[in-house]
Design a protein around this ligand. Sequence first.
Ligand SMILES: Cc1cc2nc3c(=O)[nH]c(=O)nc-3n(C[C@H](O)[C@H](O)[C@H](O)COP(=O)(O)OP(=O)(O)OC[C@H]3O[C@@H](n4cnc5c(N)ncnc54)[C@H](O)[C@@H]3O)c2cc1C
Length: 493
Amino acid sequence: MKKAIIIGSGLGGLAVAIRLQSRGISTTIYEKNAMAGGHAYQFKEKGYTFDMGPSLITEIPIIERLFKQAGKPLKKYLKTTGLDPFYRVYFHDKSFIDYNGSEASMKEQIRKFNENDALNYDKFMKYASKLYKAVITDGLGSKPFISARDFLGFAPRAIALRAILPAYNVAAGYFKDFRTRFLFSFHTLFIGGNPFRAPSLFLMLPYLEKTTGVHFSYGGMYSLVEAMVKVFKELGGKLVLNTPVEEILVRNKVAYGVKVKGEVEEADIVVSNAHFAHTYKDLIPEQKRSRFKNKAIMKKDYGMSCFLIYLGVKKQYTQLKHHTLILSERYKELITDIFDRKILADDFSMYLHAPTRTDPSMAPKGCDSLYVLIPTPNLAGNVNWNEETPIFTKKVLDFLQYKFGLEDLQQNIEVQRTYSPADFARERNNYLGAAWSLEPKLTQIANFRPHNRSEEFKNLYLVGVSTHPGGGVPGVLLSAETTEKLIIKDHKL
Ligand SMILES: Cc1cc2nc3c(=O)[nH]c(=O)nc-3n(C[C@H](O)[C@H](O)[C@H](O)COP(=O)(O)OP(=O)(O)OC[C@H]3O[C@@H](n4cnc5c(N)ncnc54)[C@H](O)[C@@H]3O)c2cc1C
């Protein structure tokens, strides 16, 4: 029986572990933290439940495929429900839109901003549907991008689809109003991309949401992690928590195991779900690497991070839907501050999660377990998060209470925790605290992203956000499919 070791239990790590274990490979996951899930972590305090990272599920068929391979019906393990609206988006001028998948509702709302934009909604979705077909239906999202042939097969189609132009520019070709331009370009931020630089290929995301919906799983996003852990264990897999992998063991360019707690654990297959930079820079001694030397790793472009505030509040605010975005007046300039100038600007845009709108069990009766997410520069900027955390938190809470109008917010807070870019680096080994690892831009996607099969070491594979196809829950689950395909091929399974 072949043996596999997975480093890390993020959603990509769990998915590939299930896939390998279900093929009869004896699989062990080593996770440095006390619970599985990676960014999809959760904590509970005083009756409030907080998902710490992902809060919405899209493209459920990818999850169904995973459970099907394990011989387990998803419905038995996870209870989900569709949301309407998907989000409420407040613009700086206090206008708002309830964004959803209904053509009629979207056109009616967009029409209030610009008549012509409403007419162009169908054209935009038709375009986005072609991108979706390429990535999801035709499988580019889970196709290994390893050789020049893979790339040459993809490039003409990408060019024909205008999929390599900046996402914002393409959206702006369909829409004129600043609000509508935002609505159909901001999705790249969900996968850590800069809308003004990420390729328009990612404009498939609005179509993906429209066709398969935006969902929430009862008990929080963490219930997906619990379901995956359950399935993995039922199949006979082993999950070892509180156990960081200290080194990936390589000999003559072949990975043969890992070092944990000073002990050697041998395996036929090693899969790292840790971010690319940590995998190579921290886990394989530099003298054993020729492809990814530290300098080359550090030269790559790492995307944004974020600052999170988790709030248990003895009140519910009707202005907030399950998912709410509150935007600053600045879009491009603020994005440039975050991605390029790497400064903490005076203004901010934010996303708020209020899961009790769908699942009242997430907080005590009449209360809210809110989280506030603010995109920030990664640690390549010079923000000292030890000093900045209390100042920034107060600034955000004052904004929400006095400018946005969440009355008496600060007087009603029972639980308050924060999570900064420095925490992403310390607790999850994200290089530069970049929450989505490598920025998904033209020179860092497909073949140009670290490959799912190590370019240098036999039997070493990568899965998760820093590899193809990239971040987001659907992305990392697709990356598990890609990695599995390569393992099957290499090990003749
Ligand atoms: C705040 C936030 C909100 C998000 N919201 C959404 C959303 O609503 N919808 C969506 O689709 N996506 C969302 N995303 C993106 C999505 O959550 C991530 O892209 C995805 O969860 C990443 O999964 P992964 O497989 O790459 O693993 P990660 O989550 O990066 O996990 C990697 C794991 O490896 C472990 N590890 C690292 N080093 C070691 C080591 N040496 N030894 C052992 N273990 C190690 C870490 O502890 C971690 O558990 C969000 C991300 C963030 C940060």
